[in-house]
Design a protein around this ligand. Structure first.
Ligand code: GDP
Length: 365
């Protein structure tokens, strides 16, 4: 289960957005494997294909893919030195796959801003400084620990040490580790450190209710977009307040509301889609009379590992996958028709799963 950590300064709209996420939440009974804690929201990943497959198979149960959002409270200036919730906060955020940073772009004189005025770039820099400082400490500690061994000529330690030095150089400049220019070969050396500034990041620009239909009209959103562009990060502009109202409505009323605002989808859907693309995620499906289900994998995942998402036994005993692409299946109208046309392929261990593959795994027990 992919997990995105929501961070931001106090009073920027984190709780409002998080409430929208939990209200829109997935039917918990379908996901017994997710323990739901109060600060965790589980939402369905919007994907029209799952409904089309349901109409084709009439299964007893339909289970969409889900994404977890964790509300990580307690980030204030000084968090890396143990201010506020400090360390507890940092240990929560280390476990997430990506960071969504809420920044306040809405003006409202009734709601105080912890730093006195609305300035999203300053807020981003306050937060990013804390994340860099935390990483600096982690990286320095590790470097100190292995320095001696590396100097004595231990090859593995030396290679790691060189990578750590590269990361430290970036962090000391106040730059996130993702800007240290680590190569594919170098990244594994720092994987276990779970560096915060190596995680992919999305900025959530929180605009006011009356800007919800046209968030780009807010000049602060433009500034956040420019800032993010230099970093190669993404921006999703939402109105947390509007999102929490939408989340209370039944689906059909929510669509009408969105239409009135002139929006093609809710901010929450935009956020999930942006997280998907940021993390390089795709869905494959399993479909039958019992269950139609979407599974999340990282692009480039091979068939056995994808099977392991369903059960480790299926990965271990993997024989082959029977696969039809979603498009072919829909064009043929049924699995049987796709089989007759030779569109259900047999794929082996080296097959790289594609988005929309409708899959049946054969395995030895
Ligand atoms: P947090 O401290 O970051 O969790 O912030 P909250 O979600 O508690 O929001 C702080 C205050 O800002 C609350 O009074 C919210 O109602 C208000 N707020 C959040 N989003 C918006 C918004 O889009 N527009 C306006 N006017 N107020 C908002």
């Amino acid at each position: 289960n992919l997990e995105v950590g929501i961070v931001g300064l106090p009073n920027v709209g984190k709780s409002t957005l998080f409430n929208a996420i939990t209200k829109a939440g997935a039917e918990a009974a379908n996901y017994p494997f997710c323990t739901i804690e109060p600060n965790v929201g589980v939402v369905e990943v919007p994907d029209n294909r799952i409904q089309v497959l349901t109409d084709m198979y009439h299964p007893k149960k339909t289970i969409p893919a889900v994404m977890r959002f964790v509300d990580i409270a307690g980030l204030v200036a000084g968090a890396s030195k143990g201010e506020g919730l400090g360390n507890k906060f940092l240990s929560h955020i280390r476990e997430t796959d990506a960071i969504a940073e809420v920044v306040r772009c809405f003006e409202d004189s009734n709601i105080t801003h912890v730093a006195g005025s609305v300035d999203p770039i300053r807020d981003i820099e306050i937060i990013n400084t804390e994340l860099c400082l935390a990483d600096l400490e982690t990286t320095q500690k590790r470097a100190d620990r292995i320095a001696k061994v590396a100097q004595c000529g231990d090859k593995a330690a030396k290679a790691e040490y060189e990578v750590l030095k590269k990361v430290l150089a970036a962090l000391e400049e106040g730059e996130p580790a993702r800007k240290a220019g680590l190569t594919e070969d170098e990244l594994p050396h720092v994987k276990d450190l779970n560096l915060l500034t190596l995680k992919p990041i999305i900025y959530i620009a929180n605009v006011s209710e009356d800007e919800a239909g046209d968030p780009d009209s807010n000049p602060n959103v433009k500034r956040v977009e420019e800032y993010a562009a230099q970093e190669g990060a993404q921006v999703v502009a939402v109105s947390a307040k509007i999102e929490s109202e939408i989340a209370e409505l039944p689906d059909d009323e929510a669509s009408v509301f969105l239409e009135e605002l002139g929006l093609p989808e809710s901010g929450l859907d935009k956020l999930i889609k942006a997280s998907y693309s940021l993390l390089g995620l795709i869905n494959f499906f399993t479909a039958g009379a019992d269950e139609v289900r979407a599974w999340t994998i990282v692009k480039g995942t091979k068939a056995p590992k994808a099977a392991g998402k369903i059960h480790t036994d299926i990965e271990r005993g993997f024989i082959r996958a029977e696969i039809v692409s979603y498009e072919d299946l829909i064009a043929c109208g049924s699995e049987q028709a796709a089989k007759e046309k030779g569109l259900v392929r047999l794929e082996g261990k080296e097959y790289v799963m594609q988005d929309g593959d409708v899959t049946y795994f054969r395995f030895n027990v």
